[in-house]
Design a protein around this ligand. Structure first.
Ligand code: ATP
Length: 326
């Protein structure tokens, strides 16, 4: 799948604002971004629901619509209204029947965790149950690419865990999965690659670890014990300083150097060093302040992920042409 300079605007709002992107076969990719960042619009472009105003979007080497019609894509969108009167089984069977090589019905119901709901009417299910039915509908055709827009938004903790297990089982068989989410920990745990979208642009592209690095590798916290914050910003490695009450938190690229400098100042009361969380990374990447990289370039330290098997080393952008693209 590829986006090349893709733009989609609604009046003055550029919901997708010049996105360049390639996703290879077999990748599991998370799309992260604040409300209104452009995730759903990007997904709609990918599925051919919108045509780009500028640039191109390709799926399986051609127009998205063609790939969708050929049954290569299964999608779970945010606001599908339940079809009245049909049962879960009837709906899933109907959808599966429209694909050339569907999964067996029982398998779909099992993967979506709705075996016991099969005889129930779709329009009488709870929000979370309907969401699982939408997942079943997306899976039914055994698509090569699964696109999921906030798939776990209405799910309880148990259903969420079951959902991710099924998604993983599906992805393990070599399928490509693209999902959007607001849950950073889900992106970190289940995607090999995280794309952060902000105001219609991709501001980061890498593994969770790479994003954490890009945001500033570590957090160093200590008690100010009455001293001021002056000079902390200038300590080696420090990128950002936050003071709450008597406690200072420094985001640093080089925690060793920062700690040595703090020790030299005698500022080591209740000293703590912790890796930056993905939340920190996300906030740094999408904040309105100066910390946000204000171009479409990847922030330093991010790049294409090296996959999760640890065998391949980092994939440079210059190799992307060799990637087998969805
Ligand atoms: N059909 C539309 N008409 C007008 N504006 C739209 C339309 N769809 C999206 N937008 C605008 O485009 C921007 C991106 O919206 P989009 O739904 O893609 O964001 P999102 O990242 O999916 O947000 P959320 O996390 O809230 O679902 C927003 O400013 C939104 O208001």
């Amino acid at each position: 799948m590829s986006f090349t300079g893709a733009v989609k605007a609604f009046g003055a709002v550029r919901a997708v604002d010049g996105v360049d992107l390639r996703i290879g076969r077999g990748e599991t990719v998370a799309l992260l971004g604040r409300n209104g960042a452009g995730k759903s619009t990007a997904i709609s472009l990918l599925l051919g629901l919108y045509a780009p105003d500028a640039g191109t979007v390709e799926l399986f080497g051609g127009e998205p619509e063609r790939a969708v019609r050929a049954g290569l894509v299964g999608a779970m969108l945010q606001e599908a209204r339940a079809v009245p009167r049909v049962t879960v089984r009837e709906l899933v069977r109907f959808v599966a029947g429209r694909y050339p090589d569907p999964l067996p019905l029982q398998r779909v119901l099992e993967l979506a965790g709705i075996t016991e709901l099969a005889a129930r009417r779709v329009d009488r299910l709870s929000g979370g149950q309907q969401q699982r039915v939408r997942f079943a509908v997306a899976l039914a055709g055994n698509p090569s690419l699964l696109v999921l827009d906030e798939p776990t938004a209405a799910l309880d903790v148990e259903a969420r865990r079951a959902f991710w297990e099924s998604m993983r089982a599906y992805a393990r068989a070599g399928r490509t999965v693209l999902f959007s989410t607001h849950y950073l920990e889900e992106a970190d745990a289940y995607a090999d690659r995280i794309l952060v979208l902000d105001r219609g642009r991709i501001v980061a592209d890498g593994t969770g670890e790479q994003l954490r690095q890009a945001a500033g590798g570590s957090l160093v916290a200590f008690d100010l014990a009455g001293r001021g914050r002056e000079g902390l910003q200038l300590l080696p490695g420090v990128r950002a300083v936050e003071v709450r009450g008597d406690r200072a938190r420094l985001r640093t690229d080089d925690s060793d150097a920062t700690v040595v400098a703090l020790a030299g100042m005698g500022a080591i009361r209740n000293l703590e060093v912790a890796p930056a969380s993905l939340d920190d990374a996300f906030l740094a990447l999408t904040a309105d302040g100066t910390e946000r990289p204000d171009s479409t370039e990847r922030p330093e330290g991010t790049g294409r992920p090296d996959g999760t098997d640890g065998s391949g080393g980092a994939r440079g952008t210059d190799e992307t042409d060799e990637m087998e693209t969805v």
